[in-house]
Design a protein around this ligand. Structure first.
Ligand SMILES: [Zn+2]
Length: 269
């Protein structure tokens, strides 16, 4: 029993995952043993069957987050074997721009793309990352990102009490590589286009959340929720960034070098 972090009601609390359990199943290898995914952090690299979870949400809120976006997004992310339903739909959508960062498509032009599910799913992950002091293997216990006053706004959006915050922007990137990396990253903060942003990845898709009243107009226009065309960026950049991060970390962690020597994992963006 406890107080649900989202609706604030006192009820039985679920063991809530930071990243959906279905993602973990997606990352388990069918052919290589041990099958568990590799966890890579700045301090260590290891394989684990343990998922990050804490008693956080009541059954109703847990169910609400799953139905509101998770089910659709995980069906449409890269699932291995060339199956990437979101990309199939995005590249059939109206092309808005073809620039140096990538091709920008209009999700609003394609009824088979649920931009609401993409926004809701990503908002739920960012909200969870900021709402609790998570114990992540290889790092100190703590919340992963700080959303400031937007924590409450996003919570009300997830509960259906308010629209997606007007002074926030959610960017969605999809990978153009034939075989996108089958990697999941937990939310982290960095600077994108000189703005403070929070980012996480699931296979084939990167989500970036910008918050603040002084966001440049182009950042707002690129918001999948509030931008007039619901833009989605198709690019090689997310996988390239991940590959750089992994190679930097693997040079500093001893265990990962051992794993590389054994050939237990490979990087193939
Ligand atoms: Zn609740």
């Amino acid at each position: 029993m406890g107080r649900c972090r989202l609706c604030r009601g006192v009820d039985y609390l679920c063991s809530s995952h930071l990243m959906p359990a279905a993602l973990f199943r997606l990352l388990r290898s069918r052919t290589v043993t041990p099958r568990d995914p590799l966890v890579i952090s700045a301090r260590s690299t290891f394989q684990t069957s343990r998922q990050v979870s804490e008693h956080l949400l009541c059954v109703d809120c847990e169910d609400r987050l799953r139905r509101g976006g998770e089910n659709w997004v995980l069906r449409h992310c890269y699932r291995g074997g060339g199956r990437f339903l979101l990309r199939e739909q995005v590249v059939r959508s109206r092309l808005l721009d073809d620039g140096p960062v990538g091709r920008i498509y209009s999700s609003k032009s394609n009824p088979n793309i649920d931009s609401g599910a993409l926004t809701f799913f990503a908002a739920s992950i960012f909200w969870r990352a900021a709402a609790h002091a998570w114990q992540i293997p290889g790092r100190m216990r703590g919340s992963l990102i700080d959303l400031g006053p937007y924590q409450e706004s996003l919570g009300k959006y997830l509960l259906g009490q308010e629209p997606f915050p007007g002074s926030a922007a959610m960017w969605v990137w999809i990978s153009l590589y034939d075989k996108p990396s089958r990697a999941v990253t937990t939310p982290d903060s960095s600077r994108i286009c000189n703005c403070h942003a929070h980012t996480f990845d699931i296979p084939g898709i990167r989500f970036s959340l910008f918050v603040g009243r002084t966001l440049p107009q182009f950042v707002r226009l690129m918001c999948v929720a509030g931008g007039p065309d619901g833009p989605i960026v198709a690019s090689y950049a997310p996988d390239d960034i991940l590959a750089t991060q992994v190679s930097q970390i693997s040079q500093t962690t001893r265990l990962s070098k051992a794993l590389q020597r054994k050939g237990k994992w490979s990087w193939s963006p």
